[in-house]
Design a protein around this ligand. Structure first.
Ligand SMILES: *[C@@H]1O[C@H](CO)[C@@H](O)[C@H](O)[C@H]1NC(C)=O
Ligand SMILES: *[C@@H]1O[C@H](CO)[C@@H](O)[C@H](O)[C@H]1NC(C)=O
Length: 330
């Protein structure tokens, strides 16, 4: 038998034993993000959309096990199955319609700890005066956690002033998940981006979202006012307390000094009009005693004047409508 004929017979028998009557899924790929493991594929060309798929996975030493059976989606998540962080996995998928099925199509292998894409750390900022505190959280892994797999990470914290003509960026590497940026200007807006670098293997994460925060004044008063402006309820309470204390203090002062205050506002002793007008001309400043007058009464009486020499003189004054401003005779 010629060798070419033998080959043809072998080929024919191989095809007759096969049930691969459907086109196979295309572009079969295994991927991992934060330690998950997902197989994805494209629909076989030329097939209607009523196909179902069965996906399987295996590690280096096991045989294939079912991950998803008769699903219509174009992906299968193997993560809930018992995976090892250090495992090297492969996946394969087959299209199915009724009794028909396609050939299996296998993915390239993937080693989880080496190939997984490490997602961005999450970053939050709190401003305190002219400083900004950065808090960093590691990305959450689907299996195990970042520090278990890769050890203590480093964080590359980059910050810059968020104004149009400001391009200067400052980066610093830290192992802390809390960091205070204190080389900042007051009343300015700053943006921060963080990238993580693993201790083992020196793998880098995706960069975090850019997060921005405004600083306040250098003193704490500035940030107080600022947070009052943003409606901090405790600050409102403090302000009310201060206001009430001031009011109480004012009332206490008024009550204790009420005599002097009322004396100041309503002086008791008033001089008769004629005396008031003539007093500036006298060498003596203290009339004594002065008889009280009823309001409107313009009567004047005898007045005793005490002179500087200690002598006492008697003066007789008369109401004088003609010349009220005339000085008294002595
Ligand atoms: C999956 O689909 C195939 C073909 O349609 C069918 O024979 C099989 O019973 C289905 N299995 C399950 C568990 O539904
Ligand atoms: C830190 O990140 C910044 C921006 O993301 C980058 O320019 C810089 O090279 C990084 N530095 C290190 C040491 O990785």
């Amino acid at each position: 038998m010629p060798p070419s004929l033998t080959a043809l017979i072998l080929l024919c028998s191989a095809f007759s034993g096969s049930t691969a009557t459907l086109g196979s899924p295309n572009n079969v790929r295994l991927s991992s993000y934060n330690m998950n493991l997902v197989l994805r594929w494209d629909r076989p060309e030329g097939e209607a959309s009523d196909l179902l798929y069965t996906a399987e996975y295996k590690n280096q030493i096991s045989s294939y096990k079912t991950g998803c059976l008769n699903i219509s989606a174009l992906e299968c998540d193997f993560t809930p199955l018992h995976l090892s962080v250090y495992g090297r996995y492969m996946g394969r998928v087959q299209a199915v319609r009724g009794a028909e099925s396609s050939a299996w199509v296998e993915s390239s292998p993937l080693t989880l700890d080496r190939d997984t894409v490490i997602g961005p750390p999450s970053v939050s900022l709190v401003s305190n005066g002219a400083t900004v505190e950065v808090s960093i959280k590691d990305p959450m892994f689907q299996i195990s956690d970042l520090r278990n797999v890769y050890g203590e990470p480093d964080y590359n914290v980059t910050h810059w002033k968020s104004s149009r003509n400001e391009t200067a960026r400052k980066s610093q590497i830290t192992q802390q998940t809390r960091l205070v940026l204190d080389d900042l200007d007051a009343w300015s807006r700053y943006c921060v981006q963080v990238q993580l670098k693993t201790g083992i293997d020196s793998r880098t994460s995706l960069p975090s979202n850019v997060t921005c925060q405004s600083t306040a004044g250098a003193g704490s008063t500035g940030s107080w006012l600022l947070s009052a402006g943003h409606g901090a309820p405790w600050l409102a309470a403090v302000l009310v307390l201060v206001g009430v204390s001031l009011a109480v203090a004012l009332v206490v002062v008024v009550v204790r000094k009420r005599k002097s205050i009322s004396r100041f506002l309503f002086p008791k002793d008033t001089l008769p009009q004629c005396l008031k007008e003539s007093l500036p001309a006298l060498p003596v400043s203290t009339p004594h005693p002065v008889k009280e007058l009823h309001p409107g009464e313009e009567l004047c009486d005898q007045v005793l004047l005490v002179t500087g020499g200690g002598g006492v003189e008697e003066e007789e004054t008369q109401p004088d409508a003609g010349d009220a401003s005339a000085p008294l005779r002595s």
